[in-house]
Design a protein around this ligand. Structure first.
Ligand SMILES: O=C(CO)[C@H](O)[C@H](O)COP(=O)(O)O
Length: 237
């Protein structure tokens, strides 16, 4: 079975990933995203290192991506050595096309992803075109990362904000743990019409470490779909 049969959007993911990876130049410090689209970016950067002599250093957004980067021969660095990144390239679960506000974190890597994106001068988002939404929260839950201690209390307070809250679990029923050994609460909100207000309310809940609203962070989105590749920057930028 080919990759495209397993994931019908795989070809689109690869197209936008290759275009985004072409923005990376020798000497850059690069944030490497997590997920099936970001995986194509990491593979393409590996190819460019091997075949074109590209020289970069990188910080991965998850243990999974770190493993792939090592396999691809991408030299890794740390925030100690490289507090600011030139570019970060990552996927998204939802994209609001006017603002380029995002929901991220269905892969559970949102905390490291947000740290890496916030350290980057350019944050480029790659996705297949199915990720566009009129407003956030339409096609997926909002992941919220909480520390395990007292998670039930944090979950209750998330519910008080209007969310239907489901702790994320593995197939065997155990809790899904992030790379920081935290839990993810998948929060379904009726509609997220005021994302900034919701973001503040989430940060005000004790025990919430981070949430998957990436607001005013993306400097560019590159999407691919049946109509081709589409590059967007935030409206008014
Ligand atoms: O935020 C993420 C992981 O935490 C991913 O970037 C997001 O889930 C998109 O993944 P994919 O490219 O597989 O659709």
């Amino acid at each position: 079975m080919t990759a495209t049969q397993i994931d019908p959007a795989a070809a689109f993911k690869q197209q936008c990933a290759v275009q985004a990876a072409s923005l990376v130049q020798t000497g850059m410090a690069v944030g490497l995203g997590t997920g099936s689209t970001a995986k194509f970016v990491v593979a393409e950067l590996g190819r460019r290192i091997r075949e074109e002599g590209l020289r970069i250093t990188a910080i991965p957004t998850s243990i999974v991506t770190e493993k792939q980067a090592r396999e691809e021969g991408i030299p890794l660095t740390s925030f100690g050595a490289q507090p600011e990144l030139d570019i970060a390239i990552d996927g998204a679960d939802e994209i609001e096309p006017k603002t380029l506000n995002l929901i991220k974190g269905l892969g559970g890597a949102l905390l490291w992803e947000k740290i890496v994106a916030s350290a980057a001068r350019q944050f480029v988002v790659v996705a297949d075109a199915s990720k566009y939404v009129d407003h956030l929260g339409m096609r997926c839950p909002l992941p919220v990362e909480v520390i395990p201690f007292g998670w039930e209390n944090a979950a209750r307070k998330l519910g008080n904000l209007g969310a239907q809250v489901t702790p994320r679990r593995m197939r065997d029923g155990s809790f899904f743990l992030t790379d920081e050994k935290n839990l993810i609460m998948d929060c379904v909100f009726p509609a997220i019409m005021e994302p900034e207000k919701l973001s503040h309310a989430l940060y005000n809940i004790v025990g919430v470490v981070e949430h998957g609203l990436f607001l005013h962070m993306a400097t560019q989105t590159i999407t691919a779909g049946p109509d081709g590749i589409r590059v967007l920057t935030p409206q008014g930028s």
